[in-house]
Ligand binder design. Structure first.
Ligand code: AMP
Length: 431
């Protein structure tokens, strides 16, 4: 017997009614981002592997062990192959597109958002998948467009707080930090290495490895046994140069002016190589359906990324919201008041009424109502049951109704049955 085929580990199907919540979240993001002047960008789902190796960094967990990479032959019989990778994140792709399409030549600040799947070979668990969705945005441009201004950092953070409030997330928290400029960071990393050298043998295997390859990553370790050592490590704040300190102070002052609450978390350095200056993360409280994966979104400034990809200087800042986690949060908090039920279920009484029922449904749908049609083969009881599951009301289409033009409408929440003239039906169902 052949084995039944299933969705691959770490991937999943999204089905109605849950997809209505996904659409609601995406529509809210589009509406909010539009108010801040963002336009949509759609980049390919796979890219040259070198883009991520250079853009995200060889030593990051993502690039070193989580990417879906394959050799893609130019022709079936050819030996020459190109290394391609399913995108693990979208910032590198956006910056590549910025460089490729010479968006710098416009001289304007670019404000771009994206919504789409990303791929990482992580150990699947609740809130962590191998194909997951991100809603993200990037603000970048030549320095003279103001792309490196602290105002942009604060604007992005204020937009995110507005989005989370509008979409209905409760109790979110914003943590911010500055990881300094491209000259501050190496000095800090050197100090970290020095401080880690005598103590790392007492740390978990994971952190011993990170202490060697990417010491910044030690700071976001949640390994309980290592926390005391980590708390005693040098703080990045003590390594910022005056310009970075000033930039960070301006970001915080603008957040204060906008009434966006935050806490400064000196350990928030984030794993990717391209971050400079402001980094941030939004988390949700325990009991929001995410378990240990409580980071809803993260981001930061990446002033050197374009140059790392051989592009012009193009400072920028961006974020990525984990859409899967946002949905889990909304479901757990039951905060999204998404009306899932249809406006009406049209129930033909007998096969002879099917055509009339479909014509009535057409009329109601054209008027903008969401409508399902039953079938004349259903007994009345079955029509009631199906209608009660799907819709707020049921409209009965029998011989009498068709000839008189007076329809019987059953309202499920009120438990009432009402006679409504066909000409008034649309208005009645809208109410
Ligand atoms: P990152 O691109 O790693 O900065 O992640 C940004 C956000 O994407 C995180 O805060 C998560 O909400 C989400 N995210 C990252 N990896 C995954 C994953 N494997 N599954 C689901 N969501 C993820």
């Amino acid at each position: 017997m052949m084995a039944t085929l299933k969705a691959v580990r770490g991937t999943r199907d999204l089905l109605p009614p849950e997809t209505a919540l996904w659409n609601y979240v995406e529509a809210t993001a589009r509406a909010v981002f539009a108010r801040y002047g963002f336009g949509e960008i759609r980049t390919p789902i796979f890219e040259d592997t070198a883009l991520f190796a250079r853009g995200v960094g060889e030593e990051t967990d993502i690039v070193s062990k989580e990417m879906y990479t394959w050799e893609d032959r130019t022709r079936a019989d050819s030996d020459s192959a190109q290394s391609l990778t399913l995108r693990p994140e979208n910032t590198a792709g956006v910056v590549r597109a910025y460089i490729e399409h010479k968006l710098a030549d416009t001289g304007m600040l670019q404000k771009l958002f994206y919504i789409g799947p990303q791929f990482r070979r992580e150990r699947p668990q609740r809130g962590r998948y191998r194909q997951f969705w991100q809603i993200g945005a990037e603000v970048l441009g030549p320095a003279w467009s103001g792309a490196d201004s602290s105002l942009r950092d604060a604007e992005v953070l204020e937009m995110l707080s507005t989005f989370l409030n509008e979409v209905g997330v409760k109790g979110w928290k914003l943590e911010v930090n500055s990881v300094g400029s491209s000259t501050d960071r190496p000095r800090y990393i050197a100090a970290l290495r020095e401080a880690l050298a005598p103590v790392k043998s007492r740390m978990s295997a994971d952190n011993q490895r990170r202490a060697e390859t990417n010491p910044l990553r030690v700071l976001d370790s949640k390994e309980p046994g290592d926390q005391e050592i980590i708390d005693g490590l040098p703080k990045i704040a003590d390594f910022l140069d005056d310009a970075s300190k000033e930039h960070f102070a301006q970001v915080l002052a603008a957040l204060d002016a906008c009434g966006v609450a935050y806490t400064v978390n000196p350990r928030l350095v984030r794993g990717l190589d391209y971050y400079t200056r402001t980094t941030f993360e939004f988390t949700v409280p325990d009991g929001s359906g995410l378990g240990t994966q409580n980071a809803l979104l993260g981001g930061g400034r990446y002033d050197g990324l374009s140059e790392m990809l051989s592009g012009p200087k193009a400072p920028g800042i961006g974020f990525a919201i984990g859409e899967d986690r946002l949905i889990l949060t909304l479901q757990a908090q039951a905060a999204a008041a998404v009306e899932k039920k249809l406006d009406a279920f049209v129930a033909p009484m007998g096969m002879g009424q099917n055509a009339a029922a479909l014509a009535l449904a057409q009329e109601l749908r054209r008027a903008g109502l969401a409508v399902e049609v039953g079938d004349g083969s259903f007994r009345l009881k079955k029509s009631f049951e199906a209608a009660d599951k799907l819709a707020r009301r049921m409209v009965i289409v029998g011989e009498d109704e068709v000839s008189s033009g007076i329809l019987t409408v059953k309202d499920f929440s009120a438990g009432e049955q009402t006679k409504v003239a066909r000409t008034e039906l649309v208005g009645f169902l809208r109410a």
